[in-house]
Design a binder for this molecule. Structure first.
Ligand code: MN
Ligand code: MN
Length: 472
């Protein structure tokens, strides 16, 4: 027999690396955890990503003067929730760019426009969940509150509470098992409704001074304590909460998982794991041949809608500006040629095979955590519905780029054929005519408050995006 591997098999990254490479993977994991801890919402992810880019010599497009030239590093943000970073390549732009596209929004609990309620002398928060969650995940855990409030005077007040160990947190109290007889007979989808996800906000009534106001007793006295604190701390009145975006997310930081510290458990790894690894890959581009583009989109978890989501024209709009700044060309035809000749990795997570729930996967085609970055030819559900389904020729190209750069990669599929499924931004990128394939990190417990990634896969994702940017 020759040395050719006739049979396809996954390679466990850890069994392949030497001590020095293992140290590199662990170090990268530390940087990644720091990013996750600072990026718990899409706004925070865009902020911390912009700082990272500025630190690496990128300039905001709006601050650039004159013509852009090969090697220039620029970025722009869209409504503080989406970001595009570009390193201008040496080849003509109409020949296309290499794009890595991830998303920075994650499932969470959003506050309703009028969130503060009082019941049974407890103040609670009314929420409306965002994205695909299993509702029971969000009970009995510490939640932190992140976001902004735009006050009546136009001033934007940032709020982050619950991250510092000395901060208070919020939490949704669950039903005690002693009284859960009726609940235990319900279907999981019926146990909790969206309206049930109401964290505790306070329990101390505000003392109403009857002599000074001489009016009738306030009904919502506990709620008044909360409003009083919001006013004295942030200068906020209840109406200000209508022009606010406040999100509840798990209050815990990213942690190592396992005796061997090989995994990371954290909230929001879908899809900040691909955002971070994409960032690390693009900051290392100095003079690529093909222009390198990193896209961090918003709203993926609710269908990529809105002007910060991938269904908008944000990519084409920004790339038209860049085309103009590099070449002076305003032609729509040249823009279309550039977009069509481009190629993309839709950088998003896939599901790793979880031994606790192995029967939802078809084993030969399921990704395993620790076996490298996952290439997913198609996503979708119910017969590939909604899938981009990458062309074999493009799969071949990406595979050869990764193999020639000694990147450990694996193939993945999102569960058994009839089990369900999901989508990514891949099909929206392909609408421009470019070739796209999904490529990212396999997670266990995806969309839970504690998603698990292998540090080895995080590192391989970074290396795969870097190799893709480098490719001609
Ligand atoms: Mn995702
Ligand atoms: Mn998701």
């Amino acid at each position: 027999m020759n040395s050719l591997n006739l049979k396809y098999g996954r390679t466990n990254v850890w069994s392949k690396v030497n001590e020095q490479e293992k140290e590199g993977i662990m170090r990268f994991g530390e940087d990644y955890k720091r990013y996750l801890n600072k990026a718990k919402t899409e706004r925070e992810a865009v902020d911390v990503s912009a700082s990272l880019l500025i630190g690496a010599g990128f300039s905001e497009i709006s601050k650039m003067q004159g013509q852009l030239k090969p090697g220039d590093k620029i970025f722009t943000t869209i409504n503080n929730k989406a970001l595009l970073a570009v390193v201008v390549g040496s080849r003509p732009l109409h020949e296309g760019f290499n794009l890595v596209g991830a998303h920075v929004d994650s499932p969470r609990l959003d506050l309703k426009p009028q969130p503060i309620a009082e019941e049974e002398e407890l103040a609670v928060l009314r929420t409306h969940y965002y994205g695909g969650i299993k509702k029971y995940h969000w009970l009995s855990m510490p939640l932190s509150l992140h976001g902004i409030v735009v006050r009546g005077d136009g001033k934007t007040i940032p709020i982050t509470i619950g991250e510092n160990p000395s901060d208070p947190v919020f939490t949704i109290a669950d039903l005690l098992p002693h009284l859960a007889k009726d609940q235990a007979d319900k279907k999981m989808s019926e146990v909790y409704t969206g309206e049930d996800l109401r964290p505790l906000l306070g329990s101390m009534p505000l003392k109403v001074d009857k002599e000074s106001n001489g009016e009738s007793k306030e009904d919502n006295v506990v709620k008044m304590t909360v409003l009083d604190i919001l006013h004295s701390t942030y200068g906020i009145i209840e109406e200000d909460l209508i022009s606010a975006e406040l999100q509840l997310v798990p209050a815990w930081p990213a942690r190592d998982v396992g005796f061997d510290r090989s995994m990371i458990g954290a909230y929001g790894q879908d899809d900040r794991v691909c955002a971070y690894t994409g960032l690390r890959a693009i900051v290392e581009q100095s003079l690529p041949q093909r222009t390198a583009v990193l896209l961090l989109a918003d709203k993926e978890e609710i269908g990529s809608v809105g002007n910060t989501g991938m269904e908008s024209n944000l990519l084409a709009n920004v790339m038209a500006e860049i085309m103009y700044m590099v070449t002076g060309n305003e032609s729509g035809l040249t823009l279309r040629r550039m977009l069509t000749n481009s190629r993309a990795l839709s950088a998003d997570v896939n599901a790793g095979l979880n031994p606790n729930f192995a029967d939802v996967m078809e084993k030969d085609n399921a990704a395993r955590i620790g076996c490298g970055v996952t290439i997913t030819k198609y996503t979708g559900s119910g017969g590939k519905k909604g899938a981009n389904d990458a062309h074999a020729e493009f799969m071949g190209l990406v595979r050869s780029i990764f193999n020639s750069n000694k990147i450990v990669w694996q193939t993945g599929e999102l569960g058994k054929v009839d089990q369900g499924g999901g989508g990514t931004i891949a099909y929206m990128l392909s609408e421009y005519g470019m070739n796209v394939v999904d490529c990212g990190v396999a997670l266990l417990g995806m969309h839970s408050p504690m998603e698990i990634a292998s540090k080895a896969d995080v590192f391989m994702a970074y290396r795969s995006y870097k190799a893709f940017f480098d490719s001609m």
